[in-house]
Design a protein around this ligand. Sequence first.
Ligand code: PLP
Length: 434
Amino acid sequence: MHHFSYVGNNLHCESVDLATVAQLYGTPTYVYSAATLADNYTRLAKGLSGIDLQICYAMKANSNLAILRHFANLGAAFDLVSGGEIRRVLAAGADVKRSVFAGVGKTEPEIKLALENEVFAFHVESEPELARINHVAGKLGVKAPIAIRINPDVDAHTHAKITTGKSDNKFGIPLKFAAAAYEAAAKFPNIAIKGVQMHIGSQLTDVNPFVEAVSKVAPFVAELKAKYGITYFSIGGGIGIVYKDALASGQQSWWDNQPADKRPLTPEVYGAALLPLLKPLGLKILLEPGRNLVGNAGVLLSRVEYLKRGNGRNFLIVDAAMNDLVRPAMYESYHEIVPLHRDTTRPALVADIVGPICESGDCFAKERQLQQVGEGEYIAFMSGGAYGYAMASRYNTRGTAAEVLVKGSTFELVNARESFETIIANEKIPAFLK
Ligand SMILES: *Cc1c(COP(=O)(O)O)cnc(C)c1O
């Protein structure tokens, strides 16, 4: 469910006409719905009620300060993957003390920053990392709280670039070596064993891989509790969202019309399947959802620049590009594309929807059918809230897009479009070329 729909023939986010936003702030611009963000969070929390739950929003999906503050206000902690993300949480006025620090390549300065801010735990991915955390904690005279990431060797059946729980991925420690890793951890004087972690992949639309992974790891979790008195089990993130039919999926009627076995994964189904496996462990359960909390809560607005009629192929050239939204180029992802102004009397157009960047990969959709739209009209890329702005680059000296947050009938710019001056601010011509 989300809060994007046509009111009359104009696409709205909550009660705001998106064309108004596009005209005011220009394009490309990301627009997020505060109501959708809140709904996604509360639904997930409710889906797993009855256990001691700590939701750590995986902020790499979308780390805008306004979104961080919104989730913090709702009670969320964060899943952090860099020193920059730790500093973002602080800048948002939120708490690092309930947040976890993940990632395979934590540097010494990052470990120090996390310890100074009393991070809830480090999610450790290797034995050399354990040694490094122990070393930094020793220098600070503290004990570092840790959990080891287990790789359960479960196939998440998702895109190769976002599957993480197979034995050939770089992530985690295989289950059969995990007991030895904990024994090694227990010997370090400045390490405190607190929990256990796993994360099997992203954009999962079926609950079974989650069930398989939790079932596989649960006996080991119980052992760790008995042996080291661990207090929590983090089952990671990965719950998928709807990309096809994204606009329609905002309506309850759409869900009601899907056959039960074809329905995308919901927080309710996820909770119902996992609660019976998690409850008996008697531990705090951490979730690290990223995409599921923000994905359907954002759209990318773009302006049509040209309709180029080619040899048997049409190209709709828009002002958004792969530097703004890289998912189609990087993961062959599908984003639904809709006009901001709907006109059912117009003929359909079949076109490749492309950006202006000098790469054939700068293509959002091939032979996509949509209502005919012309120069100066606006379109929206649906389901752009996760891994959209967060993965933006400045390729082709294009500044990053603006970001806007909507709440009811109000909206505010929460990130200004990047100016040319900021793009080149740190560059200089060396003296020997002058
Ligand atoms: C990326 C990541 C997440 C979030 O994944 P989503 O698919 O966006 O929910 C959670 N935990 C870890 C360790 C991650 O790397």
